[in-house]
Design a protein. Structure first.
Length: 437
C-alpha cells in the first residue's frame, strides 16, 4: 500500500510534467508566425498547430486534475495515519476511492465527473472512515441480533431465567449495545453526519460523529461531554448541540466550520462504577483510557494540507469530566488552538504549550468549584472567564440561544467573546474553608 510521501512525490512530478507541456504548447503557437508567410500552406500549418495546441491544453488540464487527486490522496493518507493506525479495511477503501477518482478525471475531458466528497476534494479521510466504520457497525448489529435471539431463548427456556448461567446479564448487555448502535444510526441518518470513530469498548460502545466538512473546514470544534454520557442515551442531544455550535460559529466566522461529537471514550457512569478506581468519575481511569484516541483525532484534524501553510483552527469544547479527558489528551500529544472549559471540575496540569483556556462557570454550578482534578480553571491568571448569564446548574451551558452557547461559538469562530467576571459562591467559600482547615 502506498504512503502519503509516495503520493506527494508523484504530485510534484505531475506538476513538473504539466509545466513542461504548457511550455511546449506556448512554443507551438509561435511556429507558424513567420513574417511574410501566407497562402494555402501557411493557413494549413496554422490550423494544424491550433489543433495540436488544443490537444496539449487538454493534456495539461488532465495532468493538473490527476495531480490534484494524487496530492489530496497523500493528505488523506497522512490524516488517516494520525486518526490511528489504519487497518486493512480502511486502507483498501482509501485506495479504491483514489483509483475511482483517478479514472473519473482521466475519462472526463473537463473533469466535471470527478467524484467529490468534501469541498471539492475527490477523497476525504472522514468519508473513508465513515464508509468502513458504518459498514462495521451495521455488521456488528446483525451479529448482536443473533446473540440476542439465542440469549432470549435461553432465558425464556430456563426455570430460573438464566440466573445461574449469566444469560440474563448477557441479554441486558447485548440489548444495551444494540441500543447504542441504533442511536448512532439514527444520528448518522441526519444530513452531513459521518462516523469517524467506532469501537466496542470493554463495557460500552464508543463513537464519534462529525458534522460538516471536516477535511476542508477552516474551523473545527471537538465537543467532549462529561460523566454519565452514553451513546444510546445522549448522542442525539449532544450531536444537536455540536451542530448548533457549528452553525453559529459558521455565521460568525463566515467560513467553513465543522464539528465532532466525541463520545469516543467510556465516560464514567453514576452507578456502581463509582467504587471502581479504573472507571469511577472520582478518578482519572476513564480519562487515561480515552486520552490516546482523542489525542489522535486532534492531531489528525490539525494536519495541514499539501496546498496550505496551516491546518484548521481546532477548538476543544469540553464539559465537566470531559475537561479532565481533554487535559489528558493534550498531554498525550493532542494539539488544539483553543480550549473552552464548561463546568470544569479542575484543569489537570495540561502541557505548557496548551492554549490558555476560556472558562465558563455558571454561578450555581457546584461541579465547577470542586477542583478535584487540579486548579479551578477560572482561578488561572491566563484564563479568560466568559459570561454565562442565565445558565443554571451544571448542564445548561449549550442551551440554544443562551449567552454561554453564544460564547462557545465565538471561541470556535475565533471572534470576539463576551467576557464575564469571576464570581464567588457558596462552593467557593466552602473550598476556601477546607483549604484553611
Amino acid at each position: 500500500m502506498w504512503q502519503a510521501q509516495d503520493m506527494w512525490r508523484r504530485g510534484r512530478a505531475l506538476v513538473v510534467a504539466a509545466v513542461g507541456l504548457d511550455t511546449v504548447r506556448d512554443r507551438l503557437a509561435t511556429t507558424t508566425r513567420v513574417a511574410g508567410w501566407s497562402g494555402a500552406a501557411a493557413t494549413a500549418a496554422s490550423a494544424e498547430s491550433t489543433t495540436l495546441a488544443r490537444g496539449f491544453e487538454e493534456a495539461v488540464s488532465a495532468l493538473r486534475r490527476v495531480e490534484a487527486v494524487v496530492s489530496d490522496a497523500g493528505d488523506e493518507r497522512a490524516s488517516l495515519d494520525r486518526w490511528g493506525p489504519p487497518d486493512a479495511d480502511v486502507l483498501a477503501e482509501l485506495d479504491a476511492r483514489v483509483a475511482g477518482a483517478l479514472r473519473s478525471v482521466v475519462a472526463d475531458a473537463d473533469g466535471s465527473s470527478a467524484r467529490t466528497t468534501d469541498a471539492g476534494h475527490a477523497v476525504d479521510a472522514a468519508d473513508v472512515l465513515d464508509a468502513v466504520l458504518r459498514a462495521r457497525l451495521v455488521a456488528d448489529r446483525e451479529s448482536l441480533r443473533a446473540v440476542e435471539r439465542d440469549l432470549a431463548a435461553e432465558v425464556d427456556g430456563s426455570v430460573f431465567g438464566g440466573l445461574f448461567t449469566d444469560a440474563d446479564a448477557g441479554l441486558v448487555e447485548t440489548r444495551d449495545r444494540m441500543a447504542a448502535l441504533d442511536a448512532t444510526l439514527a444520528v448518522l441518518a441526519l444530513p452531513g453526519r459521518r462516523l469517524v470513530h467506532y469501537e466496542q469498548g470493554p463495557h460500552r460502545t464508543t463513537v464519534a460523529v462529525a458534522v460538516g466538512p471536516v477535511g476542508s473546514a477552516q474551523r473545527v470544534a471537538v465537543f467532549v461531554p462529561g460523566a454519565g454520557t452514553t451513546v444510546d442515551g445522549d448522542l442525539a442531544e449532544r450531536d444537536a448541540e455540536t451542530a448548533g455550535i457549528v452553525a453559529d460559529a459558521g455565521r460568525r466566522a463566515d467560513t467553513a466550520v465543522a464539528g465532532i461529537t466525541w463520545l469516543g471514550y467510556e465516560a464514567p457512569a453514576w452507578n456502581a462504577e463509582l467504587v471502581d478506581p479504573a472507571r469511577s468519575v472520582a478518578g482519572l481511569g476513564p480519562a487515561h483510557a480515552g486520552a490516546a484516541a482523542l489525542a489522535d483525532a486532534l492531531r489528525a484534524l490539525d494536519l495541514p494540507r499539501h496546498d496550505a501553510d496551516d491546518g484548521p483552527r481546532v477548538s476543544i469544547v469540553a464539559h465537566s469530566y470531559g475537561t479532565v479527558l481533554a487535559a489528558e489528551a493534550l498531554r498525550a500529544g493532542g494539539t488544539a488552538d483553543a480550549v473552552a472549559l464548561l463546568g470544569s471540575p479542575g484543569w489537570n496540569d495540561p502541557p505548557l504549550d496548551a492554549p490558555a483556556p476560556f472558562v465558563l462557570e455558571a454561578a450555581t454550578d457546584p461541579v465547577a468549584d470542586l477542583g478535584r482534578f487540579g486548579t479551578d480553571p477560572s482561578e488561572l491568571p491566563e484564563a479568560t472567564v466568559l459570561a454565562t448569564d442565565g445558565a443554571v446548574g451544571h448542564s445548561a451551558y449549550l442551551d440554544e440561544g443562551s449567552v454561554s452557547a453564544s460564547n462557545v461559538a465565538a471561541v470556535v469562530a475565533g471572534t470576539e467573546v463576551l467576557r464575564g467576571s469571576r464570581s464567588t459562591d457558596v462552593a467557593d467559600v466552602l473550598r476556601f474553608l477546607v483549604r484553611l482547615w
